[in-house]
Design a protein around this ligand. Structure first.
Ligand code: ATP
Length: 566
């Protein structure tokens, strides 16, 4: 599994899907650039989402709001105070450890790393700590007070004892190997060799809209308070920086909420209706993992669907299903996607329902999207802090919409009893990670095909043709100029239909050229051969079946267009 994933990552680099950002400067951890094919794949996923949720419907409109978000917006939404992860310090290098007594760290003949604890209880607590921090990369077997670490998702040769540390190689060679600085003997009575108590750590990136360098302000304030205590200085510095503090948004949703009234007014719409937004979000993640799965900078496809409170239950179910179906529609292996309902203690305090869509990545199940019923928390918070007019007012007694009537999921007891009826809409949110979607669909599409003759398997990306970066590759049978005119005519007819088309006239044999395109997921190769020169027909080769059909060159764009609509 790990080997297959490495082969896929290698393909992504080699064929222009994904590059390490600023690679010539040694790269920036967690930052990736999308190459010519990656950018197309990402755009095609985005377009499929936008088509489905905006163009195919009459109740959703789009929006594009600023990434820089002022402090009050994110204070009101709760992000300034609550958007945290728990940070744990590794204390192995501190006084609890006795490097002088450290045993040599080696792997045994089975590739396991044995660690011996002073007693069985300590061994159990170590096991728990290792699992918390390193699962699913490590499998652990206990033998009394001995722990055997078996590193699962690693590049060969797995974990190594090196300079008194265990170095785990990550699945993704772009990830810096993580290190478990195990120096050996841990003093008895130590509960865990790896973890301190946890403390909250805010995930938002802060910056300053200020013509004066904020560092100068900090220096000045610190000098002014040089005789004060650290907390007093901290407060003074916060105070002086506050007016210019802005954040890189941690989600696109808040931009939608603060524009709610403008959209209702300008589009003359009212619930049920949705606002779709696509864009970059930023989180200072404590742990970056699995290549583009978790990065500080990522893209989200978010839909905020506003509904009357008495219809919210219905629309939560509706969007839960709609979104899951969208994921399955593009999948080769639908069984590797699942929905997972959150337990009540996993949800934000204001949410009444949340379901993740998860994909079975090579390292285990991972979230690709969350669908949540957020109540009217966000709109209410912004009303409280600004007095904004986000109330919907109905002069006549509200009734259930046809869809809700049909489903029987309306909640009549939530309807206002007095006229005019006033309510703050509830919101059902679907929030999909575009980069995670790309990684999931790449893993899902990646196949290795054996030729049965003992040669190494060849790679095929069986991407849904709608997602494939290149739709058609046109191939003159040989490099002779006699094929040029017709090749260019076919290419032009396809490009005019908006289909990303390339001409492959390299000297490689036609079969090799087909295989090169199978590897990047091109669904159709069109060959211009000698018969084409006689009767104006060309062949269309299907990536997945290898079958070929002959059609008049003028019909190619129509045939391909129809298949993309299927
Ligand atoms: P996780 O639990 O994996 O950190 P989350 O529950 O915090 O995710 P949400 O806040 O629900 O994520 O964000 C919606 C979607 O945005 C996620 O389902 C995921 O696809 C994507 N996403 C969130 N954080 C990141 C990140 N750091 N890198 C890439 N995608 C992300």
């Amino acid at each position: 599994m790990a080997h297959k994933f490495r082969t896929l990552l290698d393909l992504c680099r080699r064929r222009g899907f994904l590059y390490q950002s600023a690679e010539i400067y040694g790269g920036l951890r967690g930052a990736y650039d999308y190459g010519p094919l990656g950018v197309e794949l990402k755009k095609n996923i985005l377009n499929s989402w936008w088509r489905r949720h905006v163009y195919y419907r009459d109740d959703v409109v789009g929006l594009d709001t600023s990434i820089l978000t002022p402090h009050p917006v994110l204070k009101a939404s709760g992000h300034v105070d609550e958007f945290t992860d728990l940070l744990v310090d590794c204390t192995l290098t501190k006084e609890r450890f006795r490097p002088d007594k450290a045993p040599a760290l080696t792997t045994d003949k089975n590739g396991h790393i044995p660690i011996t604890a002073p007693d069985k209880d300590t061994a159990l607590s170590w096991k728990k700590a290792i699992q918390e921090q390193f699962a699913p990369h490590v499998k652990i077997t206990m033998e009394g007070k001995r722990i055997l670490l078996h590193i699962t998702s690693v590049s060969q040769p797995g974990a190594r004892g090196q300079n008194g540390k265990i170095v785990f190689d990550m699945v993704d060679p772009n990830d810096t190997p993580f290190e478990l600085p195990y120096h050996g003997y841990v003093e008895p009575n130590t509960n865990s060799p790896f973890l301190t108590d946890s403390r909250p750590f805010n995930l938002m990136f802060k910056t300053f809209l200020d013509p004066i360098d904020p560092i100068d302000r900090v220096i000045q304030t610190t000098m002014d308070h040089s005789n004060d205590t650290k907390p007093v200085i901290r407060e003074a510095v916060d105070e002086v920086l506050k007016p210019s503090t802005v954040y890189l948004r941690p989600e696109t949703a808040q931009g939608v909420f603060v524009n709610f009234e403008q959209v209702v007014r300008t589009m003359k719409t009212k619930p049920p209706f949705g606002i779709a937004q696509v864009g970059k979000s930023f989180r200072n993640e404590i742990r970056l993992e699995h290549g583009i799965f978790r990065t500080p900078e990522f893209e989200q496809l978010e839909l905020e669907y506003f509904v009357a409170p008495w219809e919210a239950k219905h629309y939560f179910k509706y969007w839960r299903k709609e979104r899951y179906n969208w994921w399955l529609e593009h999948a080769c292996h639908p069984e590797n996607f699942r929905q997972r309902d959150h337990a009540s203690d996993e949800m934000a305090h204001y949410a009444t329902g949340c379901t993740d869509v998860e994909y079975l990545y090579p390292w285990g199940w991972g979230e690709v999207e969350g669908v949540a019923h957020r109540g009217n928390y966000d709109l209410t918070q912004h009303i409280k802090n600004t007095g904004a007019n986000f109330e919907i007012v109905e002069e006549t007694q509200p009734a259930f919409s046809d869809a809700v009537k049909e489903s029987g999921e309306g909640e009549a007891d939530l309807m206002p009893t007095e006229l005019p009826a006033r309510y703050v809409p509830h919101v059902v949110e679907s929030s999909c990670g575009l980069n995670r979607a790309m990684l999931a669909y790449l893993c899902d599409a990646f196949h290795q095909v054996e030729d049965g003759k003992g040669k190494p398997p060849r790679n095929v990306l069986k991407l849904d043709p709608r997602l494939a970066p290149i739709k058609c590759a046109i191939m003159p049978l040989t490099g002779k100029s006699e094929f040029n005119a017709l090749t260019q005519k076919v290419a032009k007819s396809l490009r005019r239909k908006g289909l990303f088309t390339v001409v492959e006239s390299q000297k490689l044999k036609i079969g090799k050229r087909y295989y090169r395109h199978d590897e990047i997921g091109t669904p159709w190769c069109i060959t211009v051969d000698y018969q084409s020169l006689e009767d104006d027909t060309v062949t269309i080769r299907d990536r997945d079946t290898g079958s070929q059909e002959r059609v008049h060159w003028k019909k190619v764009h129509q045939v391909i267009g129809d298949r993309l609509m299927e």
